[in-house]
Design a protein around this ligand. Structure first.
Ligand code: SAM
Length: 243
């Protein structure tokens, strides 16, 4: 399981480069994307497509190849495989067959963002992507609003504004948060503010809506805040009914 860069080619470790150059084939989420990376590294290896839709079917074929003695690497488009990316079914099958799975660790956007957020990181919940539809998103956020641990979300440019608006609605505007954008890339920015403040900055500046995002949100601090949120939620529900 080989971690690849999340933006900067220099994110790739020396060990990852060696492994990618030495394996019999590389399983990749998007072979065109990985071919570009390998091209930049001067590596030529056979590529096999392994994505959400063919993973179950590919897994047993790959297990057969491993049993026959082949060495295979799995990479995703960016960062660490299996983190909001395909691979866990394959790893499960390989391990169930008694074969070895080796991590070749490296970049991961969630961890990179946590490392610069300055928000308690001793315990955190990785939530990945929020649901695409606002109703489902708000439901998920309602379930998380009293979580005391730091929350880590992934978000894309298409939904960053909507998701921030729902976070403000469900968690209140005053919760501390950090929005990490385009990490390790040319336009890397790290905005630290309240949720309301970040939502305003993103709404006001088109550039802040471009690229890839990790949002780190401080956990629910105390019982007082939790009760206030519960009250706000009940009030919103009541107001909806009375419309
Ligand atoms: N496996 C990857 C990892 O280890 O971070 C995550 C893959 S997930 C499909 C892609 C999401 O990760 C993006 O939508 C964004 O939320 C986040 N992401 C990836 N690269 C990023 C970067 N350079 N800066 C900020 N967020 C990034």
């Amino acid at each position: 399981m080989v971690a690849t860069p999340i933006g900067n080619l220099g994110d790739l470790t020396t060990r990852a480069r060696e492994v990618l150059g030495a394996v019999d084939a590389i399983c990749a989420e998007d072979t065109r994307h990985t071919r570009q990376l390998l091209g930049a590294l001067g590596i030529e290896r056979p590529l096999l497509a392994l994505h959400e839709h063919n993973e179950a079917e590919m897994a047993w074929k790959l297990v057969e190849r491993l049993k026959a003695g082949d060495r295979l690497a799995l990479v995703s488009d960016a960062g660490t495989p299996l983190v909001s990316d395909p691979g866990y079914r394959l790893v499960r099958e390989v391990r169930a067959a008694g074969l070895k799975v080796v991590p070749v660790p490296g970049a991961c956007a969630a961890i990179a963002a946590l490392s610069v957020a300055g928000i308690p990181s001793d315990r955190f919940c990785f939530e990945g992507f929020l649901p695409a539809k606002s109703s489902a998103r708000r439901e998920r956020l309602a379930a998380l609003s009293r979580e005391p641990r730091t929350l880590v979300f992934y978000e894309s440019s298409h939904r960053i504004e909507e998701s921030l608006a729902d976070l403000v609605a469900m968690f209140g505007p005053d919760r501390e948060a950090v929005l990490a954008r385009e990490l390790t890339k040319l336009f890397e920015t790290v905005l630290g503010d309240t949720l309301g403040g970040i939502a305003e900055q993103v709404a006001a500046d088109e550039n802040q809506r471009k690229g890839e995002f990790v949002l780190i949100v401080r956990g629910c601090e105390d019982d007082g805040e939790a009760k206030l949120l519960e009250g706000q939620r009940l009030y919103a529900k009541l107001a909806e009914h009375l419309k």
